[in-house]
Design a protein around this ligand. Structure first.
Ligand code: GLC
Length: 425
């Protein structure tokens, strides 16, 4: 009996080992070189088309896309778990611009300097290359750029003789005049406790003349401009009823759907939404305008720089195959497809001047300047910790748990303490 249980234990241990080393990687059964990466849901089917086009040109390679959760935070956690375990689950890391310092300093992705010439780098928007650089080394090949902006119901504003708003005050005034809550709210934005909230919030902090962390590394999120920005956002939700309370549960897609269902006059979102709003079955097709985000008194409009691109995993099973695919996806054809299908904003200068792209998306001409001027979030290996702290406190204020000033003072204290700790997590 004892022998049998020892044998069973040994078998179980061998099984566990097999799973750790082989079970999570794909053994190519058809002799193809396999590579895998993770992104969110392929809304629009752009990745599917890119991968099919790549397979046609490279029949010996099979690309597998894992469609994970929509939230950047959850996908960052998934990559972190995979890379920390050292198992080659993903050969490419499809990285948000804010993950680069963490992934690069941990050595999970390798520098690309030798693979990417100076001339090749110049083909991309400078912010996307800078955002993918850590300690002087390019670690991410840009695929899509991103910048936050304001969408508005052009049909309704035009009919009322209103111009697009420039300031917080303009937005409030127009919303009070034209919105009809609860069927049509004034403003919807990403208010859920996650990274999107920080992107939306920072646009108002910067748009009031404030900072999260300045160039000298000083935490300034408890200063007056940031407090004014949060006070304004909280008042929109809680007292002025310009934004519905439900925004505290909204990510990008919930916001887009509310706007597309004609439930809001103004929306903060990324440019990807434009394609979906203009789709044939969209209720707001032809009724939408875009403009820079509104700003506070005496300050200037600001957009948060977002964006995605490929890092080459240190544990990639076939680095050459992975690089070939990354180059294809970030190349003109890959980006054209992702733009046409998913509304992804190109990260290549040339596509903003490409007549075929412009014929289909004339708004790209204006978007170019917005993307070029967008501001990065703090570039720090502990950015996700900084953001997590801020998310808790900004969200606490939006749901009415804490007053804005107190929320930001607590956030600043915790961020300072986190940054004072020596070792990155
Ligand atoms: C977009 C941006 C990304 C940002 C995320 C927040 O995907 O491109 O940079 O972190 O939204 O939700």
């Amino acid at each position: 009996m004892r022998k049998l249980s020892m044998l069973l234990c040994a078998l179980a241990a061998a099984g566990a080992l097999w799973w750790v080393f082989w079970g999570t990687t794909d053994a190519p059964s058809d002799g193809k070189r396999v590579l895998r990466f993770l992104d969110g849901p392929d809304v629009g089917g752009g990745w599917k088309e890119v991968i099919e086009a790549f397979h046609k040109a490279h029949p010996d390679i099979r690309v597998e896309l894992e469609e994970g959760p929509a939230s950047t935070n959850q996908r960052e956690d998934m990559y972190t778990t995979a890379f920390s375990s050292g198992v080659a689950t993903y050969d490419l890391a499809y990285m948000d611009v804010i993950w680069v310092p963490k992934f690069a300093s941990a050595g999970w992705v390798v520098p690309l300097d030798e693979r990417l010439s100076e001339a090749a780098r110049k083909e991309f928007l400078p912010g996307d290359i800078a955002g993918g650089t850590w300690e002087g080394k390019v670690c991410r090949l840009p695929v899509r750029s991103d910048a936050g902006m304001l969408y508005y119901r052009k049909d309704l504003l035009d009919a009322a003789g209103e111009k697009p708003p420039e300031t917080w005050e303009d937005l409030e005034r127009i919303a009070k005049k034209l919105a009809r809550p609860p069927s049509m709210h004034g403003f919807v934005f990403q208010g859920k406790q996650y990274e999107g909230l920080i992107c939306a919030f920072l646009e108002h902090v910067w748009g009031a003349g404030g900072e999260l962390i300045d160039d000298e590394g000083k935490v300034r999120i408890d200063e007056e401009p940031a407090v004014a920005a949060l006070t304004w956002l909280v008042a929109l939700v809680r007292e002025k009823k310009i934004a519905p309370e439900a925004v505290t549960t909204y990510g990008e897609e919930e916001v887009r759907k509310a706007f597309q269902e004609e439930q809001a006059l103004f929306m903060r979102n990324w440019p990807y939404a434009w394609k979906h709003l203009g789709a044939e079955d969209s209720k707001v097709r032809g009724k939408v305008g875009i403009c820079p985000m509104v700003h506070g008194p005496g300050a200037k409009s600001a957009a948060t720089l977002g964006g995605w691109g490929f890092g080459l995993a240190r544990t990639a099973r076939d680095p050459e195959a992975a690089w070939t695919f990354a180059r294809f996806a970030s190349g003109p054809e890959g980006q054209r497809i992702l733009h046409r299908r998913n509304g992804a904003v190109p990260s290549r200068h040339a596509l903003y001047k490409d007549p075929a792209v412009l014929a289909e998306s004339p708004h790209l001409a204006d978007l170019y300047q917005v993307v070029l001027a967008a501001r990065p979030r703090p570039v720090h290996p502990r950015y996700s910790r900084i953001s997590d702290i801020l998310q808790v406190h900004v969200s606490g204020a939006l749901v009415g748990k804490t007053a804005p000033k107190e929320a930001l003072s607590n956030a600043a204290t915790e961020i300072r303490a986190a940054l004072a700790e020596e070792r990155p997590k």
